[in-house]
Design a protein around this ligand. Sequence first.
Ligand code: ADP
Ligand code: MG
Length: 458
Amino acid sequence: MKATRVLIIEDEKLIRWSLIQRFREEGFETAEAETGADGLAKLREEAYDLILLDHKLPDTTGLRVLGEVRDIDSDVVVVIMTAYSNVEDAVAAMRLGAYDYLAKPFTMEDMMRTVHKGLETTQLRRQVRDYRRRLQDRFGFDRIIGDCPRMHELFSLMRDVAGSGGSTLFLRGESGTGKDLVAKTVHHNSDRADRPFMNITCTALSENLLESELFGHERGAFTDAKSQKKGLLELADGGTVYLDEIGDMPKSLQPKLLRFLEERAFRRVGGVVDIEVDVRIIAATNRDIEAAVREGRFREDLFYRLNIIPIVLPPLRDRADDIEKLAMHFIAQFAAEFRRDVRGLTRPAVAKLNAYGWPGNVRELRNAIERAVLLSKDPILGHDDFVLGAIEPDPAEAGETPRFVLPANGVALNDVEEELVRQAIERTEGHQGAAAKLLGLSRDQLRYRLQKYGILGE
Ligand SMILES: Nc1ncnc2c1ncn2[C@@H]1O[C@H](COP(=O)(O)OP(=O)(O)O)[C@@H](O)[C@H]1O
Ligand SMILES: [Mg+2]
């Protein structure tokens, strides 16, 4: 590891000397200056991690030096050394970005403690900043590919809403059109970026579980509620909650969400006090939610409350100009990820991609490119590298919407089996051959179950 570098700007020789001894013992690389001008000159030449700065210098004050230090290096940790009578100035120095001050005389132990804390804090701050930069990189607007007018409209809308604090957004578009991506991008480019982004898929959980996930519950609210639990809305305070597949939210929960959107307050399950949080809701659906409203499955008032800022993502087939761009974007991404030398597409490959209907939208295109990049023997992907329409569903996606939802309290498999056998017999009006086919069973296997559950002869 590189040694930590300290610059000591101090005109008293003895203090300088004892600091240097101590810092060298601790493995620091040291440099010294007697005047402010000399110190600044050294700082311009080389970078330091730490500056110990005397408040009273022959040519200037520590405060003045500090102002210039910040112009040269905004990260370096500065500790001011000052006499008791000048503590006021030290406070001013901290306002200017000094990490701390020590009043003379101080012990070396005090000095080392302060310095180590200061270095740690700066390192943490640097890590947080890097991390945030990487996230912003991953979720920059430029990571969303689209050049057609509708996408440009979308970008400017996204920029507007990202800046608009807590307004509710409603993302609409077929599966795979980029709703998740837009939600995360808005979050990471808003002033909520350093607060949580939490997401929940309304279909993935039973009604009760969804309610307690979202709103939390009090201890004893139901049989399994052994302790109090905070819901996503509380955990995401200051941030964003993404409600995916909102069109499938159980009707019983809709009033509670509506109240939250209107009053920014809710109660935990079993709770009697209102909890207020500052959370932006981004809801998404790929359903015809107007139909759900007409059929009474979705509350009209909630629909209007959500639909204040609708953001509609066009299906990929309506933005044919973007297909090649997206394909190149994913080629670059997967080539890097899999370390494969794949660089482009042949004309016939482009024509094939353009002619296809993309029912799975960008997600399907991404999967097709991933597969082609992995399997291709050639740096330029050709017509034959794409098997369209036959790609298996993304397992991650399949996991998002389970075909059967296990109830919160579990279920006896036998009961499920019995219920499905009954339904099959009813649907086929007692035709055992057809019922067996519906269930993927042989006639004998079906007969066995009919006997087992006493369904025969009823
Ligand atoms: N315009 C776009 N530019 C780049 N990648 C995109 C774009 N739209 C979607 N994607 C990618 O396609 C995949 C599916 O998008 P996603 O946001 O999950 O869709 P949805 O939530 O609408 O089903 C993700 O990997 C996403 O990053
Ligand atoms: Mg999604």
